[in-house]
Ligand binder design. Structure first.
Ligand code: NAD
Length: 453
């Protein structure tokens, strides 16, 4: 069936009001949970075919996230959907005020390839929880995972409710001509702008989950062992193809040598070899070539080797990097960590402030003043002090960017809100009506009103 007809069907289905019932939403969340569990192996195989992502990483960074999201909404749906009573101001007495979270209607989710299950299904789960119909367009770049999701959903969900539309740029361009009630996009800033423009034609609100260059700063006041271990894990997870991975490292000059040694030690300890089933491969030859060209051979401190056939790039550290280096001009999105040293912490913060606002920022220190300066002076989507990446696993925290790294956020109650309209309703009593606001006006009425307001 043509995609515009699927959307028409979904619009008709939404009008039946069925998706608003909490029992209906729960039934499909539970259904999705059991489908994911019963198809777990198929999901692992598909992602392994796409870019050699291990079962361990797929479970910890994708499947467990999705199952956790479903649990969260099953547990909290009643309280999230409940009309919220708020106080009523003096001029509206005798009245009651409530905020109703109503589903927006017909949602389009456009996914990215790097965490294909999590980034496609988490927003779909939030959209279902909030009572919407949804079309998901996963990234065609991870073709096998796209097909796996399409099989699971399209064979088990009514297409008039949730539907996976397979396709690339042409299909997405066609989708963007249609009128949705919200578009949730995850991907690059460049394509984010295309989505935003197309959405504006229909005055469709958007969530844009974009990327950017996320810094990690390490000062001499950090626990260096912990910092090195956590940075190596977070940078080389998914072979660096993580939107919130530390993109580059800013290190205090006096500890640079010692710290680089520690990074080397952990890279070796974690055994990221070309034949390791644990270490993810680069998604496609185009990205492989782009990344290989970003490795400045003169600046290699560790690593630098690659194998085109296996789409393997060794975890690589570049030292003596410079803000003008080509690698500092674009989001790396791969297993290369340029290192820039700083003499003075304030200068490091100033340098970050000169860049576009990143999706994430990380600081390793045990110094309170440095922590305060980091949280108060820098603007970034979200981040951690003394860790990397992990902030997005706490569903009490909103996840999203700011400025060039995105618009809006989701996860937990923020995901529910992203797909809901907060409808304000004031209910008035039909007795006790003072005449003060009605014409004919008088000076006396005005002086009373001035006292009230
Ligand atoms: P991308 O922007 O190339 O593609 C994302 C989606 O847009 C895909 O579904 C693709 O089919 C579609 N698309 C691509 N070109 C299009 C066009 N011209 N017109 C319409 N649709 C188009 O991004 P990607 O390569 O899949 O992902 C990498 C980027 O995404 C990185 O910048 C990364 O930081 C960012 N990202 C952000 C998050 C986040 O949560 N904020 C998560 C993952 C990735």
């Amino acid at each position: 069936m043509e995609i515009q007809n699927i959307l028409l069907e979904q619009k008709e289905f939404f009008k039946t009001q069925q998706t608003k019932s909490l029992a209906f939403r729960k039934m499909y969340l539970e259904k999705l949970r059991s489908l994911i569990i019963s198809n777990e192996n198929m999901l692992y195989e598909a992602i392994y075919k796409d870019f050699g992502k291990s079962k361990f990483d797929t479970f910890t960074t994708e499947i467990s996230f999705i199952l956790n999201d479903i649990e969260y909404y099953l547990k909290h749906l009643k309280s999230l959907a409940k009309p919220q009573k708020v106080s009523t101001n003096l001029v509206n007495q005798l009245g009651k005020s409530k905020i109703y979270s109503e589903p927006l209607g017909n949602i389009l989710v456009i996914g990215a390839w790097n965490y294909p299950y999590q980034l496609s299904l988490s927003p779909v789960i939030a959209a279902i929880a909030a009572g919407n119909c949804c079309i998901l367009k996963p990234s065609e770049v991870a073709e096998n995972t796209m097909k796996a999701m399409s099989r699971i959903i399209n064979e088990n969900f009514p297409s008039a409710y949730v539907y996976v539309y397979e396709g690339g740029i042409d299909e997405t361009t066609a989708l963007l001509k249609l009128k949705f009630d919200k578009i949730f996009f995850t991907g690059s800033t460049k394509v984010g702008k295309i989505i935003y423009k197309a959405a504006a034609e229909h005055l469709t609100p958007v969530v844009l989950e974009l990327g950017g260059k996320s810094p990690v700063i390490v000062t001499k006041n950090a626990n260096l062992e912990i910092a090195a271990k956590r940075i190596v894990w977070g940078k080389f997870l998914n072979a660096g193809q993580t939107c919130v991975a530390p993109d580059y490292l800013l290190i205090e000059e006096t500890i640079q040598e010692q710290f680089l040694e520690m990074l080397r030690k952990y890279i070796k300890e974690f055994q990221y070899s070309p034949d390791s089933e644990q270490y993810t491969k680069i998604i496609n030859p185009r990205n492989f070539q782009r990344l290989v060209h970003l490795i400045d051979k003169e600046k290699i401190y560790f690593g630098g080797s690659s194998d085109e056939e296996k789409r393997y790039i060794e975890p690589t550290i570049l030292h003596n990097s410079d803000w003008n280096d080509p690698i500092m001009q674009e989001e790396i999105f791969g297993p290369i960590l340029p290192v820039i040293s700083f003499k003075n912490y304030n200068m490091a913060l100033n340098a970050v402030l000169e860049q576009e606002k990143p999706l994430a920022a990380y600081l390793f220190t045990n110094n309170t003043e440095e922590k305060d300066n980091f949280t108060q002076r820098l603007s970034f989507g979200g981040g951690c002090i003394n860790d990397v990446v992990m902030h997005l696993s706490n569903d009490n925290l909103p996840f999203g960017g700011v400025g060039n790294s995105g618009i809006g956020n989701y996860h937990g109650k923020f995901g529910f809100e992203a797909f809901s309209h907060q409808k304000a309703v004031l209910e008035k009593a039909t007795w006790g009506e003072p005449n003060i606001k009605y014409p004919p006006y008088s000076e006396k009425k005005l002086s009373w009103i001035k006292k009230f307001l």
